[in-house]
Design a protein. Structure first.
Length: 111
């Protein structure tokens, strides 16, 4: 009986995924090929195989390839654009350095 695997082609087309470290679409595809087992790709509607079954994310969510789950995006300020524009106010507590530090502390990947 074929094993279900992630539909890498569909995820690549939608670009609704977040690479996490070595967990990338290229790595997932390489693992599928290396397995040498008969496979059945998850349908386009539920393209991510989470190790148990094929799943879909809600609109606006991304597939986290690190933990094979759906996540809401982490929206952050574009610090480079702020620096280039010079159109911002800062205080002793809130400045571009503290903003950059806060961005670096976001535990989940951002896109």
């Amino acid at each position: 009986m074929p094993q279900f695997v992630t539909n890498v082609t569909h995820l690549n087309l939608t670009n609704l995924y977040v690479d996490v470290g070595t967990h990338t679409l290229v790595a997932i595809e390489a693992a599928i090929v290396a397995a040498h087992l008969p496979v059945m790709y998850c349908p386009a509607k539920r393209p991510l195989f989470n190790g148990t079954f094929c799943i879909e994310c809600k609109p606006g969510q991304f597939y986290n390839l690190g933990n094979l789950s759906c996540q809401n995006p982490n929206y952050i300020s574009n610090i480079l654009a702020l620096k280039l524009a010079g159109n911002y106010l800062q205080t002793s507590t809130y400045n571009l350095s503290t903003l950059q530090h806060a961005v670096n502390m976001v535990p989940n990947p951002i896109k």
